[in-house]
Design a protein. Structure first.
Ligand code: HEC
Ligand code: HEC
Length: 304
């Protein structure tokens, strides 16, 4: 009996040791990931137009940024959790001490298309894999508008992850948080877009830079979120509720956040506010694009 207890003790102790060295391994891996620096070749020849029509286009394209960077674009507590730690989203206004104070056009492109800060550090959570799909022209309008933001000084605390959060990050438990890793850096050097119209091809472009597929899945028939407390992203092919919606239903949903079935879509989960400011023509293009996709059953991931 004593012998068995002794062996059980040794076994438990070795398991604990393996577990703690795994935790340390993943924590170190997360630290390494955060220290990586990259320097991809970027497109430098983007025109930054300053006429009023272009600035208005830029303003519309920037509304979605407020979801994370705050209503005044000056950054906010992005998360603040005793278990995970603290992270602020950076201040995007050109004020003293803001993240973009010294930004030149190339730095904007590096962040928005390649997911890197000016030093080449991969940005975390910042959805450059979709925003970076904006055409050269739209990206120019967006950057131009951002440069005109009123400078706001706002103190934001430094990012500080707990040991456990780093270990979980290193082990990939939060999914991949670095868009840099999934961006095709060659293909984003220069991007052309179809002219604005209600056609599905424009809708496809719109869906790309809004990142519908990064949440709703490659086939748009639904996907789970890496965030365990977030609801799954619905099937938005005709196989889901969308199949029963008219164009007017769709536009109203994108403008009010409430679906014809009466469900309110929380804007921090389904980012519709940045969609709501686009024209009827653009929303119609999005609808026509979704309707032109194969009608699929809910993906396996989201089936109850
Ligand atoms: C889902 C949330 C989210 C959205 C939406 C978002 N961002 Fe970010 N962004 C972040 C976070 C978080 C960071 C900080 C990442 C880091 O430091 O690792 C960031 C970083 C940045 C940076 C880099 C600043 C620096 O430190 O050099 C820029 C520039 C930026 N965002 C611009 C934008 C613009 C422009 C938009 C809208 C077109 C936008 N972001 C939309 C979350 C978001
Ligand atoms: C950041 C992730 C995210 C992005 C990006 C996103 N969605 Fe969603 N969307 C969701 C989630 C999550 C839900 C489900 C919300 C719920 O159940 O409360 C949802 C719900 C919806 C619904 C309601 C479906 C129904 O049956 O009630 C529609 C329509 C929709 N999204 C369309 C879109 C379109 C079109 C795009 C791209 C332009 C898009 N979404 C981009 C996460 C996202």
């Amino acid at each position: 009996m004593k012998k068995i207890l002794k062996w059980a003790g040794i076994l438990l102790l070795s398991l604990a040791l393996i577990a703690s060295s795994a935790v340390l391994y993943f924590k170190t891996k997360a630290d390494k990931m955060a220290e990586e620096r990259h320097n991809p070749e970027i497109a430098l020849l983007i025109d930054i137009p300053t006429d009023s029509i272009s600035l208005e286009r830029g303003r519309i394209l920037s509304v979605g940024c407020q979801d994370c960077h705050g209503h005044d674009y000056a950054g906010k507590d992005f998360f603040n959790d005793p278990m995970i730690g603290f992270m602020a989203s950076p201040n995007l206004t050109p004020s003293k001490g803001s993240a973009v104070e010294l930004y030149e056009t190339k730095d904007w492109i590096k962040a928005l298309r390649h997911g890197l800060n000016p030093e080449g550090r991969p940005l975390m959570v910042m959805p450059s894999e979709s925003i970076g799909q904006l055409s050269d022209r739209d990206l120019g309008c967006l950057i131009s508008y951002l440069k005109t933001l009123e400078p706001i000084v706002k103190p934001l605390g430094p990012t500080n992850f707990s040991f456990m959060a780093k270990a979980m990050l290193g082990a990939g438990l939060f999914g991949n948080l670095y868009p840099y890793d999934i961006i095709e850096h060659e293909s984003v050097k220069s991007i052309k877009a179809p002219a604005v119209s209600n056609l599905p091809e424009y809708g496809e472009y719109f869906a790309k830079f809004k990142g519908c597929k990064s949440c709703h899945g490659d086939e748009l028939n639904g996907a789970k979120s890496p965030d365990p407390v977030s609801p799954a992203a619905a099937n938005i092919t005709s196989g889901g509720n969308l199949g029963k919606w008219s164009l007017q239903d769709f536009i109203l949903t994108m403008r009010s956040g409430t679906t014809p079935e009466g469900k309110f879509l929380k804007p921090d989960i389904m980012p519709w506010v940045g969609l709501s400011v686009h024209s009827d023509t653009e929303l119609e293009a999005l609808f026509n694009y979704l309707k032109a996709q194969p009608s699929l059953d809910d993906s396996e991931e989201i089936k109850p």
